[in-house]
Design a protein around this ligand. Structure first.
Ligand code: FE2
Ligand code: FE2
Length: 188
């Protein structure tokens, strides 16, 4: 299916606000994709669809996982919000025939994963740095994401972990594992 058709479908699935965010992520993913030499069409496809399952209820998420044989870890049952990545990836695989690279980019955008590839990192960072976002250290992450993908990921993951700790919120182990993986590679 073509990008325009998928965009149109996503527009009908999501609220206006989240569709606007998704368009922002598509645009930002294309910008970062150009810098890091990934397929721009793929960057756009992953960007527009990354939150396709974001507005499903907890019940819908659990029912979808059960019906489609998607394994959920105990921690994921405690923080089902993160599952819109995994579920969204499965939806796009079945609906649009997305390949593994696209599925990973969507699946990993909520928690990160130690085996993230360039496209997955781009989507993770595009989600945070798209044009509708506003937060204090946005300029810092934005400029890092354009110059050093690994350092930008480390900064974004640290920021995410610190905020979860400050708010006494559960942390998905993949976020910590991803951060450790990037640090290990950086020290090499
Ligand atoms: Fe999301
Ligand atoms: Fe998002």
């Amino acid at each position: 299916m073509q990008l325009e058709q998928i965009r149109e479908e996503v527009k009908h699935i999501l609220s206006e606000k989240r569709y606007k965010h998704s368009l922002g992520v598509e645009k930002r993913a294309a910008e970062l994709g150009a810098i890091y030499g990934v397929d721009i069409e793929k960057a756009k496809l992953a960007g527009i669809t990354h939150d396709i399952a974001k507005e499903m209820t907890k019940e819908e998420i659990f029912a979808y996982a059960q019906e489609n044989g998607i394994q959920l870890s105990p921690i994921e049952r405690e923080i089902p919000k993160v599952l819109h990545g995994k579920i969204g990836a499965d939806i796009c695989k079945k609906k649009y025939g997305f390949d593994e690279e696209l599925q990973k980019a969507i699946a990993y955008h909520t928690t990160g994963a130690p085996d993230m590839d360039t496209l997955a990192k781009i989507i993770y960072l595009a989600d945070i740095t798209e044009e509708n976002r506003t937060f204090d250290d946005l300029p810092k992450i934005k400029s890092l994401s354009e110059t050093n993908l690994e350092e930008a990921m480390l900064y974004a993951l640290n920021r995410e972990l610190v905020s979860k700790i400050k708010e006494d919120k559960l942390i998905h182990p993949a976020t910590l594992e991803t951060r450790n993986e990037i640090l290990k590679n950086r020290l090499k």
